[in-house]
Ligand binder design. Structure first.
Ligand code: F0G
Length: 448
């Protein structure tokens, strides 16, 4: 059998609404050609993010009814803690309302002004929280990843030699932690190999620096290791994930991704002293350590989700579905970041629309056209988001977990190929107004 089917059936459905291209043109005009400013009810297929958008399972909903909403010592916390300890081997499990809250607490406690924190690629909230703490966020991605077209297995790897050089230049005392993001979201959803995690750990611990995983998409990373890294074909995703975490001294985690939860995050560590400082800060802004900004039912959803996400049938379908979208558009001439990542496909809009210069925002122009043509929402990751620091002009199509079916994906493929056929007629955009920071959320554009 060739067809990879969804390993679930549907019990509860949520209608999505068709609109006409004339309606969408009006909506775009009213929203200043910014898809963040279009209401969700006017979107047919929403590929803005895979974060917090997952469909929960019957078991998760059932567990939510068992949520213990006690302020202190909730049973739901202990259930979640057992699952996380079993998976990560990390002793201290601190719940937060989402990933960035874990980041803020970690960097507030661990970073001093002028210090440096390396990562394969920092996600925007990670970078922003490091900079907010007065430290510097440095990306040390393997140079192999610079070529978006190279079909390599582990383009999320950290450049280990560059890490050695950074430690030599800055001094180990100036680097409070090393981070690895699995999978590398900002770099195209590309995985990191076990060998690379081990090599980074070896360097970090030789210098007495703790290693942290930004573990949002740990299960997708584990699946890629099983498929691509010699020696892991017979391992279960859980065994691989456990080995990945065995190298980590701590982790930050957004449960909105690979825990199928709609909200939630975690900060974990093996350092007893650090855990005390972190929970003190947690109480100040998130809540008591056995709920940390979440309801007991959210903790239940996370506990169940963390076990479900490691099921081989789910991961096989998940990665195949993302790959299906990527291969079908790429094999018909749409340039994507190769190979397809775990949670998203990234179209290289600068290559697809060579007639639209960087300062006319080719990826934003493509996002606008894909919405106008087919009601699909995606997100620009290029000059609108990063200004002059943008390395590429990418359009991200992030796939919510367990939400869309194969025919939804076929519709997306069809729509992108139709837009590709008339790409020469797509015009660029100019900014009409923008806020002082994080402009992608609220800037307004006009067509050129
Ligand atoms: N780290 C990574 C790698 C992420 O992708 C995200 C969120 C975070 C941390 C922060 O987690 O949203 O729970 O506070 N990524 C979402 C996205 C927003 O669309 O890629 P959060």
């Amino acid at each position: 059998m060739q067809t990879i089917i969804e390993p679930f059936r549907i019990k509860s459905v949520e209608p999505i609404r068709q609109t006409t291209s004339e309606e969408r043109e009006q909506l775009l005009n009213a929203a200043g050609y910014n898809l963040f400013l279009i209401d969700a009810k006017n979107i047919l297929i929403d590929l803005l993010t895979d974060s917090g958008t997952s469909a929960m399972s019957t078991e998760q909903w059932a567990a939510m009814m068992r949520g213990d909403e006690s302020y202190a010592g909730s049973e739901s916390f202990y259930r979640m803690e057992r699952v996380v300890r079993d998976l990560t081997g990390l002793r201290h499990v601190i719940p937060t309302h989402q990933g960035r809250a874990a980041e803020r607490i970690l960097f507030t406690v661990l970073c001093r002004k002028g210090q440096v924190i390396p990562n394969n690629t920092h996600f925007d909230t990670t970078r922003a929280n490091i900079e907010f703490a007065g430290a510097r966020a440095v990306d040390l991605l393997t140079p192999e990843a610079a070529d978006t077209q190279a079909r390599l297995d582990f383009k999320g790897n950290m450049d280990v030699q560059a890490l050695e050089r950074l430690i030599a230049a800055e001094g180990a005392a100036n680097i409070p932690l090393v981070m690895i993001t699995v999978t590398d979201n900002s770099g195209g959803g590309q995985p990191v190999s076990m060998a690379n995690i081990a090599a980074v750990k070896e360097v970090a611990s030789r210098h007495g620096i703790p290693l942290y995983l930004d573990a949002c998409r740990f299960a997708e990373n584990a699946w890629f290791i099983a498929q691509r890294e010699p020696g892991y074909a017979e391992w279960t995703p859980k065994q691989i994930a456990q080995k990945m975490f065995s190298y980590a001294d701590g982790c930050t985690f957004s449960a909105k991704k690979d825990a199928f939860a709609n909200i939630g995050g975690l900060l974990c560590t093996n350092d007893d002293r650090l855990a005390v400082q972190e929970t003190n800060l947690l109480i100040l802004t998130e809540g008591f350590p056995t709920y940390g900004g979440l309801a007991g039912r959210d903790l239940e959803a996370i506990a169940v989700g963390l076990e479900e996400v490691l099921h081989p049938d789910y991961l096989r379908y998940r990665i195949a579905s993302t790959g299906y979208l990527g291969r079908h558009i790429a094999d018909h001439g749409v340039p994507i970041v190769e190979p397809p990542g775990g949670h998203a496909i990234y179209i290289d809009a600068a290559r697809m629309l060579p007639h639209v210069p960087k300062h006319q925002f080719p990826a934003q122009a493509l996002a606008v056209e894909l919405y106008r043509h087919a009601g699909i929402r995606s997100v620009e990751i290029g000059s609108v988001m990063f200004g002059a620091n943008a390395k590429h002009e990418l359009l991200r199509l992030a796939i919510p977990r367990r939400v869309y079916t194969q025919s939804h994906m076929d519709y997306v493929v069809e729509a992108i190929l139709e837009v590709n056929d008339y790409r020469a007629h797509i015009c660029g955009l100019a900014i009409e107004s923008e806020p002082p920071f994080l402009r992608h959320f609220s800037a307004r554009f006009r067509r050129i």
